[in-house]
Write a protein that binds this ligand. Structure first.
Ligand code: NDP
Length: 449
């Protein structure tokens, strides 16, 4: 490998030895940049890569709150303000017990590249807490969100840092967070959070955007290889925001979705998933996916027992990991390939392990990388911010049309970069290179900051 890249990787590893997810994300990006770095010797002199892998600011804070039994609980809050290079810090908030600094930093780092690919003026950030929303009452969720925002508010703003949702943070949580921010600031600053409900400043089609965007990218990728979604079998991991709307669009594009999952197991319905029922269980009742069988008793439920998700053992043409990081391992990739998979679309962030991605690419499977393929969510968040600034609403159709065009542009950027730099059909490398070129140019323009 290029000596400069090798040195930066080694130093990053040494400085962040206890952060495996962050190191994985950095390695995945840097190892694909070799052809660009080779032609820009001047980057080393201005420590361009060293600055790119170091967050501008890391904020951690205490989040005390009182549960329904009157007990005081203390969680830890995070906001990683990774890069403000091309716009205000922008990225979601994740509430999940697994949240730690390594996961926050990997997500923040990925976000810089993803946001650059959208072509919109947004920097990269991520935040969240090790708070577990599962099983909590509405009042507990509200008290937690209010306490979280009571600290976070001093670090964010519509021109400074604009959080949104992620795992465990949907419209309900954004509502409680926004209410508390507005109360503290004594001002309506609509653009400070995205993913708001439409009745108080949200954008139509934001809820659907990540899943729909994933399918627009998948359609373009298949089209470039003379294929389509028509008549294809699809399996999806997760049954949250991204998974549900990927499923909806996949069906609208002529595919048949036969499996979805949650962290306990997966359902397989050979007749095609009943998405209205999934929405009822997950969006309304906040229940477990197993409950699908109460209506469709002929469907199968496979409990998750080991590390690998059972959803990848089901035969499929297209696999869409839409749950969480490192959920699709080398072992699962081998089963998918044996079963004839033609494409994998990453709805979640870094859902394939590095070994799984390498194996899929080696076997000629098309991989739609998360940074590009799930960028529709943040792109629509930026459209929400622009509507807030204009004090205006676009229709659903207008937002969806903008989203579709953005996803087409992102695919084209990935394709052009992968063709130009000698790795045709490797859209993982294409996405990294296309985003990096834009960021590197902006870094050079702005001097040593
Ligand atoms: P949700 O909280 O709505 O849904 C998450 C889904 O993934 C649930 O079905 C959940 O199951 C499952 N899941 C979560 N953690 C695990 C785990 N450790 N093992 C197995 N299953 C798990 O989140 P989103 O749909 O918003 O996010 C999903 C992924 O997409 C994340 O990687 C997120 O970063 C990424 N993403 C989201 C965007 C958005 O706009 N929402 C934008 C871009 C990326 P259970 O309920 O059992 O926990």
């Amino acid at each position: 490998m290029n000596a400069y890249l090798e040195r930066v990787l080694a130093e990053t590893k040494q400085k962040n030895i206890n952060e495996p997810e962050f190191l994985q994300a950095v390695k995945e990006v840097l190892t694909t940049l070799e052809p660009v770095i080779d032609t820009h010797k001047e980057y080393e002199g201005i420590a361009l890569l060293e600055r790119m892998v170091e967050p501008e600011r890391i904020i951690t804070f205490r989040v005390p709150w009182v549960n329904d039994e009157g007990k005081v609980i203390v969680n830890r809050g995070y906001r990683i303000q990774f890069s403000s290079l091309i716009g205000p810090y922008k990225g979601g908030l994740r509430f999940h017990p697994s949240v730690n600094q390594s996961i926050m930093k990997f997500l923040g780092f990925e976000q810089i590249f993803k946001n650059a690919l959208t072509g919109l003026p947004i920097g990269g950030a991520k935040g969240g807490s090790d708070f577990d929303p599962k099983g909590k009452s509405d009042n507990e969720i509200m008290r937690f969100c209010q306490s979280f925002m009571t600290e976070l508010y001093r670090h964010i703003g519509q021109d400074v840092d604009v959080p949104a949702g992620d795992i465990g943070v949907g419209a309900r949580e954004i509502g409680y967070l926004f209410g508390q921010y507005k109360r503290i600031r004594n001002a309506y600053e609509g653009g400070v959070l995205t993913g708001k409900e439409v009745c108080y400043g949200g954008s139509l089609a934001r809820t659907e955007a990540t899943g729909y965007g994933l399918m627009f990218f998948m359609r373009e990728m298949l089209k470039a290889h003379n294929n389509s979604l028509q008549g294809k079998t699809v399996t999806i991991s997760g049954s949250g925001n991204v998974a549900i709307y990927a499923c909806e669009k996949a069906v609208a594009m002529g595919a048949k979705v036969v499996a979805m999952s949650d962290s306990n197991g997966c359902i397989y319905d050979e007749n095609g998933i009943d998405l209205d029922l999934i929405k009822q269980i997950k969006e309304v009742e906040r229940g477990r996916i197993k409950e699908y069988l109460r209506v469709h008793s002929s469907a199968k439920y496979i409990e998750k027992t080991g590390d690998d998700s059972p959803v990848w053992t089901i035969k499929t043409d297209i696999a869409l990991p839409c749950a969480t990081q490192n959920e699709l391992t080398l072992n699962s990739a081998k089963i998918l390939v044996e079963n004839g998979v033609i494409a994998v679309g990453e709805g979640a962030n870094m859902p394939c392990t590095q070994e799984a991605t390498d194996y899929l690419l080696e076997k000629g499977v098309l991989v739609a990388p998360a940074k590009a393929a799930n960028a529709g969510g943040v792109a629509t968040s930026a459209i929400e911010m622009s509507q807030n600034s204009m004090r205006f609403y676009y229709t659903f159709e207008e937002v969806e049309a903008k989203l579709e065009q953005i996803m087409i542009n992102i695919f084209n950027s990935c394709k052009i970069a992968s063709d130009k730099y000698g790795c045709p059909a490797n859209y993982v490398a294409g996405a990294n290179i296309a985003a990096f070129q834009k960021l590197a140019k902006a870094m050079r323009s702005q001097g040593i900051v």
